[in-house]
Design a protein around this ligand. Sequence first.
Ligand code: ADP
Ligand code: MG
Length: 238
Amino acid sequence: MGQIELKKVTKRFGETEVIPPLDLVIGEGEFVVFVGPSGCGKSTLLRLIAGLEDITSGTIEIDGQDATAVGPAKRGLAMVFQSYALYPHMTVRKNIAFPLKMAGMDAAAINAKVTAAASVLNLTDYLDRRPGQLSGGQRQRVAIGRAIVREPSAFLFDEPLSNLDAALRVNMRLEITELHQTLKTTMIYVTHDQVEAMTMADKIVVLRAGNIEQVGSPLELYRTPRNTFVAGFIGSPK
Ligand code: ADP
Ligand code: MG
């Protein structure tokens, strides 16, 4: 579960082609980072995969099924938003439970899933607090918890740490990497931060103006950047 394949996917906003024809395979269980400068189309690409935007042409397959025919709720993917997307008036428990409640799950099943997610995320002692009573890192974990309970086949993160200070960012990077090792679920992680890409990814997709400049492991990109853009972006000496 969690194999995602993009075939000749394009996206146009009005006259502007933001994503030219793009092919990409994301393997089951991979941690893939989309990296590139601001405005290069990272968020758009993630939103196309999530189904939050419609593609202009091409196909997106999730586990071999055409995803473009189904809306975001049916794709089995969970988008993790920045921690400020939490409901401030709800407790941590209710924030995490929210998507399950919306889906009509019964209270006992919801409780079991929230308890399990809180345990994985070290939030067990904070379930009755409200977001305002938590640290930035804890709030980010609640946002991830809200995705975990849905047991998605892939997690999609759009710059989830950009609100956090530098020290906390380093911590959360490690926590998300550990979470990936625990859950072994496909993760797509968008960032403009080269260090995040190099330290977190199994596979990095370097984007420039909607084009894939190179795909490879951090080591491959560092050792054999295809061009000066990749070299400059990744920080290798070419
Ligand atoms: P990134 O996440 O890499 O910073 P985005 O995917 O947000 O980049 O944006 C890529 C390009 O698409 C930008 O030029 C942006 O202005 C444009 N864009 C994004 N969303 C829309 C939209 N809804 N309507 C028009 N243009 C958009
Ligand atoms: Mg963006």
